[in-house]
Design a protein around this ligand. Structure first.
Ligand code: FPP
Length: 229
């Protein structure tokens, strides 16, 4: 399907990278970089909603992030809890639906309980879906989906796609990674098959709604051919 009409991105995903470098540049503790990263999450979720993005998927904690020092993992868990406690009312009232992808049940019981409560509370909302990837790895997701597809009788691209954690979201249109790294780090590997990829040098705590708007404009003007001409 070739098109040169501007196209609106329905599903945007972000690898939020560079919190540590943001802090290091300012001689601040890493934890503060993550804190500013949460401020960016808040801004970008509001912006995505205002800009009409249907689904925003954020890579908050990968299956590889368990290799970080215990103190940093605990900081990240604490930040996620505080984010839910401080922002859920606003997002719920604005029609945001919270969804988790990945094996989040491996987290501390207090985090699991809070997350499940927030997901349940927003389950019937029909505005933007905020999908947060927690203990997520794409290879793990694909393997889990293939097992479920096989149990139902057939392994095909369609039957696997139907079992992915993101099966209820629109197809991924745009995948953004901040901080200058140019790799996917086991994020949404299946879903990225036809997504536009955008790598920016901006560190995640500096990522603004203007950056998101620019990315959406860039997407709208790219010519997607899906292998056709
Ligand atoms: C990458 O920076 C960032 C992370 C591993 C965590 C992202 C998490 C948040 C922004 C906060 C929690 C999320 C939500 C949804 C409330 P890095 O530490 O790898 O940075 P570096 O590569 O510069 O060291």
């Amino acid at each position: 399907m070739a098109t040169s009409e501007p196209v609106r991105a329905r599903h945007v995903a972000i690898i939020m990278d560079g919190n540590g470098r943001w802090a290091k540049k300012r001689h601040l503790p890493r934890a503060l970089g993550h804190q500013r990263g949460v401020d960016a999450v808040r801004r970008v979720v509001r912006g995505a909603r205002e800009l009409g993005v249907e689904a925003l998927t954020l890579y908050a904690f990968s299956t590889e992030n368990w290799r970080r020092p215990e103190e940093e993992i605990s900081d990240l868990m604490g930040l996620m809890k505080r984010f839910i406690l401080s922002d859920l009312d606003e997002f719920a009232a604005a029609g945001v639906r919270l969804k988790i992808i990945g094996d989040y049940k491996a987290f501390r019981p207090d985090v699991v309980e809070l997350v499940e409560g927030a997901v349940a509370r927003t389950a019937d909302n029909s505005g933007t879906t905020l999908a947060v990837a927690l203990n997520y790895g794409a290879q793990d997701e694909i393997a889990r989906a293939a097992i479920k597809a096989a149990a139902k009788g057939a392994i095909t691209p369609d039957t696997i796609a139907a079992e992915l954690d993101t099966a209820d979201l629109p197809p991924l249109d745009l995948l953004i990674r901040t901080s200058g790294e140019v790799r996917l780090s086991n994020f949404l590997l299946w879903q990225a098959a036809y997504a536009e990829l955008l790598f920016t040098d901006v560190l995640w705590p500096d990522f603004s709604v203007d950056h998101l708007r620019d990315a959406l404009e860039m997407f709208a003007n790219r010519d997607r051919r899906y292998g056709g001409r």
